[in-house]
Design a protein around this ligand. Structure first.
Ligand code: ZN
Length: 488
């Protein structure tokens, strides 16, 4: 469905223009009788004016056209894209023509936009068929050679291989009649050290391009890879060239300058560090060489000799010091051992002495006990068997009559050394009193003072008190001495 046809009288007619670009009205070619002999500029086959269902005007090949005509074979999208680009350029104040070929036939622009003063020309190429990067670059160069800017446009969903290799954009075809064509790829902005994809209405994009507000800008090597979220995933794209604003281009330049400046500063710092290291090694080598040279001189030799001697002396001193330290240590060890031996000996002596004293004390105690026993035996020996019985009967009766207590009279003696060899008598489990302690031994049993003490008569009481017994509970039974003559 080409928009261009050749009119037999006026030449080229353009269905996208109100006056067909030739001062004609559509009614002068559409359904007129007799028919105007319009032909295809590409294959020269007969064409006739026609409307699409949505009122787009175009020229349709007559039946039996040659199959190779490229205009006839172009898709609906291709034609619509050309129509939209032509309209956008016209809205932007440009003069736009379709299917404009170069004079030497080296190019044919889908839409050629020219500024009113004729100084600015931009070719808009709807590129739907596959093309290599080399080929599209070569075609771009051919335009450039004639001072024509170019923008390659793809309406495909997937970006073509040449996207971003030449000045190019990808557009989204609108779903409905009311929607507009949107630039989806090829327009970018630079910020924070990287490029970002931008979107814009195609008509707006064309306006910015023709006004020079957008220009192709080469991305510097570190910034060529750009991420974009598509659906829910991050995707990587390589873009060498962007349509972008002057601000973004300058931002990238400033960023790149700063990057280079920093890299240069780093390089210089590293170079300086390397230089310093080289100098340090050189100084070291020079110092070594100076020293070796000096060592070769007689003075150096002498100094070396002196140093060796000094070292020898120092070594000898050290050996001597170590030996002295060892001797001192041995002395100390010896002293310590001697001291230990002395201490042990002293302890042994003290132990022996203590044992000796203990033995003496034991002997004295035994002696004392023996004497006490002798004294006590003499004391009790003064009484006849019946007198003893008489005494204990008196104790028994007194306990019963005075205190209502039955005391147990021990049988056969029962003297207690701790009670001055008196006889303790018990009532139940309680000690009731001490019977007739020995007056001479009272002083050795102070605990008697806390008990009731029984004696035979006043004489014995007297003797006990004279012996040092101090108790308020000293009782006697007025028993006669009978044949006992000698008392203490
Ligand atoms: Zn044709």
């Amino acid at each position: 469905m080409p928009f261009i046809a050749l009119h037999p009288e006026v030449g080229r007619v353009d269905a996208t223009q109100r006056d067909l670009g030739a001062g004609l009205d559509w009614s002068q070619v559409y359904k007129v009788s007799p028919r105007v002999a319009l032909t295809c500029p590409e294959c020269s086959w007969g064409v006739h004016a026609k409307h699409s269902p949505n009122r787009v005007r175009f020229f349709c090949h007559d039946g039996g056209r040659p199959p190779e005509c490229s205009l006839a074979n172009e898709s609906w999208e291709h034609h619509m894209l050309k129509l939209v680009m032509a309209s956008a350029n016209r809205d932007a104040g440009m003069f736009a023509e379709l299917e404009v070929a170069g004079q030497d036939g080296s190019w044919r622009a889908d839409v050629m936009a020219t500024s009113p003063d004729g100084t600015q020309r931009i070719a808009w190429e709807a590129q739907l068929s596959p093309i290599t990067v080399e080929e599209i670059k070569a075609r771009t160069d051919r335009y450039a050679a004639e001072g024509i800017a170019v923008c390659w446009v793809s309406p495909h969903k997937r970006p073509p291989v040449w996207m971003g290799a030449v000045p190019s954009i990808r557009v989204r075809i609108p779903d409905g009649d009311d929607e507009s064509w949107v630039v989806d790829d090829g327009l970018g902005s630079f910020g924070s050290g990287s490029w970002f994809f931008q979107e814009a209405d195609l008509a707006q994009f064309v306006k910015w391009v023709v006004r020079g507000q957008l220009r192709p800008c080469r991305s510097v090597t570190p910034n060529r890879d750009v991420t974009r979220i598509i659906g829910t995933e991050y995707r990587w794209f390589r873009r060498t060239l962007w349509w972008t604003s002057r601000q973004s281009a300058e931002a990238q330049n400033a960023w790149e300058e700063e990057r280079i400046r920093r890299a240069e500063a780093t390089r210089r710092r590293e170079e300086a560090a390397r230089q310093r290291e080289v100098q340090r090694l050189e100084r070291q080598a020079a110092a070594r060489a100076r020293r070796e040279a000096w060592l070769a001189t007689p003075a150096g030799q002498l100094a070396q000799q002196r140093r060796r001697e000094l070292q020898k002396l120092k070594d000898a001193q050290e050996v001597e010091q170590r030996a002295a330290a060892r001797r001192l240590q041995a002395q100390r060890d010896e002293e310590r051992a001697r001291h230990r031996a002395e201490l042990q000996e002293k302890r042994a002596r003290e132990f022996a002495l203590a044992q000796e004293r203990e033995a003496e004390r034991e002997a004295a105690r035994q002696e004392l006990e023996r004497r006490a026993q002798t004294t006590a035996e003499a004391w009790w020996g003064r009484l006849s068997r019946s007198q003893v019985k008489e005494l204990f009967t008196a104790v028994f009766d007194a306990a019963w009559q005075q205190d209502g207590i039955r005391v147990r009279i021990p049988e056969g003696g029962g003297v207690a050394a701790s009670f001055a060899y008196g006889v303790p008598v018990h009532a139940s489990h309680r000690l009731y009193g001490i019977v007739r302690p020995c007056p001479e031994l009272v002083a050795l049993s102070p605990q008697l003072a806390y008990h009731q003490v029984f004696a035979r008569n006043a004489k014995e009481v007297q003797a006990l008190e004279a012996g040092g017994l101090r108790t308020s509970r000293l009782t006697h039974f007025h028993l006669a001495d009978h044949e006992q003559i000698a008392l203490c």
